[in-house]
Write a protein that binds this ligand. Structure first.
Ligand SMILES: Cc1ncc(COP(=O)(O)O)c(C=O)c1O
Length: 391
C-alpha cells in the first residue's frame, strides 16, 4: 500500500467517479449492449464550425488567448444573450469563455464557497455539482421535486431558504433539467426569482440546454435577478460540441472579477482553436441548434409514447434530451438493480435514477440523443424485458 494514499485531501476521498460513468463502464462489456446512457448529442458538429477549427490550426492560432477568452467570442456570446433575453452583459467585463459548462460550474462554485456553506439544489439533480461542493468543504441541500412534477415550487424554495438561514450561500438551478427534461415557464421562473431576490444568495443557473426546448421558449432567471445570477451556458449541447469544451459564464462585473481568478488558475483560458470554432457557432451557425431540435422532438415523442404504453409514468419532458421514467410498481424498485437486470437480460443500458440522488430512486433516465433506429431497437428490447419479467 502506498503510504501517500492517506495524505490526500480527505474531501477527495468523499467524492467518486459519477455513478453515470461507473454504470456505463460496468455495462459496456456486455456483448451487443445498446447504450442510451450518456448526455452526448449523436449529431456531428456543424460543417462550418468544424471548418473554422481546421482553419484556426492552419493559421497557427495555437497560442493562449486572454483569460476571459477571445474578444470576438465574448462579444458574439453577449450579443446572443441580448437577442434572446434582452440582457445587457458587457463583453469586456461580464463574460468569460470557459472549458465547457463543467469548468464554469467549478469556477463559479469554488470562487464563492467557504467551508460550512450550504448550497441548495432541486433534485433529482445532475451529478456535476455535488463533488465540487464537497471539494469546497461545503454542504449540499437537496430540494426534492419528485412530488411536484420535477418543478421546484416557490414554496419549497422559500421554506428551504428560511430553514437553513444564513448558511445558505447559493442556489443552483438547472433547466431544462438533466435528468428530467422538465423545464420552467416564464411565470415559474419569475416566481422563483421573486423568492430569491429577498435573500443575499448567489443563483448559479445552469441553462446549458436552453436551446433544446420543444414547447414554448426559454426564460433565463437572469432576466429577473441579473445582479445575483451567475448564468452558465455553452455550446456542447446546442451545437453538438461536447469535445470542443466551450462554455460561458455571464455575471455582473463585481462577480466575474472574482470568478476569473479561479478560472485562470484552473485552466488559464479555453482552447484557442475551439474558441475560433465557437465564434462561427455563435454567429453564422447560430441557428444550427434549431435543426437538430426538430429531430430531437420527434425522438422524444417516440420514446415518450412507447414508455407510457409500457406502463412507465413519465413527466413529459419539454427540453434537453432525456426521459425520466418511474419504474412501474410491479417491477424491481431499486433503480440500480433494475438497470443492471435490464442490461443483462436484454442488452439495453439506461441510467439508474439513483445516480441523480435519492429523489431519483425508483426512476430510470433514458438519453434519446441516439439515432431513430437505435431508439426503435431500444424500445423493442425494453418492451421485451417488461413483458418477460415479473417482480
Ligand atoms: C446540466 C448539465 N450541466 C453541465 C454539463 C456539462 O457540460 P459541458 O460538456 O459543456 O462541460 C452537462 C453535461 O451533461 C449537463 O447535463
Amino acid at each position: 500500500m502506498n503510504k501517500l494514499q492517506q495524505r490526500f485531501n480527505p474531501q477527495v476521498n468523499q467524492i467518486a467517479v459519477s455513478l453515470i460513468r461507473q454504470f456505463d463502464e460496468r455495462v459496456s462489456s456486455i456483448p451487443n449492449i445498446l447504450r442510451l446512457t450518456l448526455g452526448e448529442p449523436d449529431f456531428n458538429t456543424p460543417e462550418a464550425v468544424k471548418a473554422a477549427g481546421i482553419e484556426a490550426i492552419e493559421q497557427n492560432f495555437s497560442h493562449y488567448t486572454g483569460m476571459a477568452g477571445l474578444p470576438e467570442v465574448r462579444e458574439a456570446a453577449c450579443a446572443f444573450i441580448k437577442k434572446k433575453y434582452q440582457l445587457e452583459y458587457d463583453w469586456q467585463t461580464e463574460a468569460i469563455v470557459t472549458v465547457g459548462g463543467t469548468e464554469a460550474i467549478s469556477a463559479a462554485l469554488l470562487s464563492i464557497l467557504e467551508p460550512g456553506d450550504k448550497v441548495l439544489l432541486p433534485s433529482p439533480v445532475y451529478p456535476g455539482y455535488a463533488p465540487v461542493i464537497t471539494l469546497a468543504n461545503a454542504e449540499m441541500v437537496n430540494m426534492d421535486t419528485s412530488h411536484d412534477g420535477f418543478v421546484l415550487t416557490p414554496e419549497l424554495l422559500e421554506s428551504t431558504l428560511t430553514g437553513h438561514g444564513e448558511a445558505v450561500k447559493a442556489v443552483v438551478l438547472n433547466y431544462p433539467s438533466n435528468p428530467t427534461g422538465v423545464t420552467y415557464s416564464r411565470e415559474e421562473v419569475k416566481a422563483l426569482a421573486d423568492v430569491l431576490k429577498k435573500y443575499n444568495v448567489f443563483v448559479i443557473s445552469d441553462e446549458i440546454y436552453s436551446e433544446l426546448i420543444y414547447d414554448g421558449t426559454h426564460t433565463s432567471i437572469a432576466e429577473f435577478i441579473p445582479e445575483q445570477t451567475i448564468l452558465i451556458n455553452g455550446l456542447s449541447k446546442s451545437h453538438a460540441m461536447t469535445g470542443w469544451r466551450i462554455g460561458f459564464i455571464f455575471a455582473p462585473q463585481e462577480l466575474t472579477k472574482e470568478i476569473i481568478k479561479v478560472h485562470q488558475y484552473l485552466v488559464t483560458a479555453a482552447s484557442t482553436i475551439s474558441q475560433k470554432a465557437a465564434y462561427v457557432a455563435l454567429t453564422t451557425s447560430i441557428d444550427e441548434g434549431q435543426k437538430v431540435k426538430q429531430e430531437y422532438k420527434v425522438r422524444r415523442d417516440f420514446v415518450y409514447n412507447k414508455m407510457t404504453e409500457m406502463g412507465f409514468e413519465v413527466a413529459k419532458p419539454s427540453g434537453a434530451f432525456y426521459i425520466f421514467a418511474k419504474i412501474p410498481a410491479n417491477k424491481e424498485q431499486d433503480s440500480m438493480a433494475f438497470c443492471v437486470d435490464v442490461a443483462e437480460k436484454v442488452q439495453l443500458a439506461v441510467i439508474p435514477g439513483i445516480a441523480f440522488g435519492q429523489a431519483g430512486e425508483g426512476y430510470i433516465r433514458i438519453s434519446y440523443a441516439a439515432s431513430s433506429e437505435q431508439l426503435e431497437e431500444a424500445m423493442k428490447r425494453l418492451a421485451n424485458y417488461m413483458e418477460s419479467t415479473i417482480a
